[in-house]
Design a protein around this ligand. Structure first.
Ligand SMILES: CC(C)(COP(=O)(O)OP(=O)(O)OC[C@H]1O[C@@H](n2cnc3c(N)ncnc32)[C@H](O)[C@@H]1OP(=O)(O)O)[C@@H](O)C(=O)NCCC(=O)NCCS
Length: 154
């Protein structure tokens, strides 16, 4: 994995992945807002030297906590450990910024994401009923959190 900060020039490539892999994708404006707001926006551009973006993640710092707002891995790159690796890198970055806790919300039906978060040490701390409003009705959000210690991977 080659991780670097996302720039405005990356938004087209990130958006293409987002639209292909997310059931309810972020818009171009959402990514622009995240960049303009100074959120931690990272891209994984692989290790073959092509620079092609394979994955991305966005973390919103707020005092000594951070919220993982988005994470996506290109379809053909899924199940190769990229999601786990970029998530671990975001946690390392949060720890380096002295954050104590990272939390996130996941759609109840998003079993792949929930399995990834559990395997990365996130625990369920609550449910927000009907948090997501879909055309086909509401969907609960699982709220998950992971405490950070000063130790790497801790
Ligand atoms: C969720 C997502 C980021 C995982 O990325 P990934 O690179 O495929 O995940 P990894 O290869 O690092 O897998 C790490 C662990 O997550 C779990 N996992 C990942 N995909 C899974 C799937 N389809 N089904 C079940 N568990 C899955 C497994 O525990 C896996 O470990 P294992 O491969 O040793 O069994 C990816 O599926 C994705 O981009 N989904 C669409 C976007 C999305 O839903 N984002 C989250 C909400 S914003």
């Amino acid at each position: 994995m080659m991780l670097r900060a996302m720039t405005r020039a990356d938004v087209d490539a990130v958006l293409a992945i987002e639209q292909a892999v997310q059931r309810f994708p972020w818009t171009r404006g959402n990514f622009a807002d995240a960049l303009n707001s100074g959120y931690l926006c990272s891209v994984d551009c692989g290790d073959d030297g092509s620079g092609e973006i394979r994955a991305y993640a966005i973390l919103m710092p707020a005092a000594d906590e951070a919220e993982l707002l988005n994470i996506g891995v290109a379809q053909v790159e899924q199940r190769k450990g990229r999601g786990r690796a970029i998530l671990a890198a975001m946690l390392d970055e949060a720890r380096a910024r002295n954050m104590r806790r990272v939390f996130l919300e996941a759609r109840h039906s998003n079993l792949a994401a929930i399995a990834l978060y559990r395997s990365a040490g996130f625990a369920e701390i609550g449910i927000r009923r009907d948090y997501y409003r879909n055309a086909d009705g509401g969907e609960d959000a699982l709220v998950m959190a992971r405490e950070l210690t000063g130790e790497p991977n801790g």
